[in-house]
Write a protein that binds this ligand. Structure first.
Ligand code: NI
Length: 167
């Protein structure tokens, strides 16, 4: 397994729309393993392939306290959504920035697992937020794009400053 570098907002590659995975093979399983290791190391509760500059529809999530419930979603599609919740979100691609985003309270997602087997999952609360946030990444969207342009510009300035200091 290997740790993968994470793209930082406003890197334009974060706006790439990821392509569907044609076959869940060993390359995809290795990607899932590397993404999981990168997510746990960061640490974060979710990571989309887009964030590690691989533009395929693969997501890993673990919202458990013990960090023992890894969920891998290949070609995830939200087939039902209901309700509304406002949650303070953060993102490994936007370090140090947290803000409120409104999303569906419950979603049903269909995906392939790491063996390529289709499954369906009903999620609510934090898991539902995380699924929506990660699928947004696959569609080239970062959560800060839900915020006002003023806030987005402040975040860009803040991250650019931080990049200069740590470079
Ligand atoms: Ni994110």
């Amino acid at each position: 397994m290997a740790l993968l570098p994470i793209l930082r907002f406003p890197d334009p590659r974060l706006h790439t729309v990821a392509a569907p995975v044609a076959e869940v093979d060993d390359t995809i399983r290795r990607l899932i393993d590397d993404m999981a290791e990168t997510m746990y190391e960061a640490p974060g509760i979710g990571l989309a392939a887009t964030q590690v500059d691989v533009h395929r529809r693969v997501v890993v999530i673990d919202v458990s306290e013990e960090r023992t419930e890894l969920l891998a979603l290949v070609n995830p599609v939200i087939v039902a959504r209901s309700g509304e919740q406002v949650c303070e979100e953060g993102c490994l691609s936007v370090p140090g920035v947290y803000d409120k985003v409104s999303r569906a309270e419950r979603v049903t997602v269909e995906a392939l697992d790491r063996q390529g087997k289709p499954f369906s999952l009903d999620a609510e609360g934090l898991l539902a937020v995380c699924i929506q946030h990660e699928i947004d990444h696959l569609d080239g969207k970062v959560f800060v794009e839900y915020l006002s342009l003023l806030k987005q510009n402040r975040i860009k300035t803040k991250l650019a400053k931080k990049a200069r200091i740590t470079a």
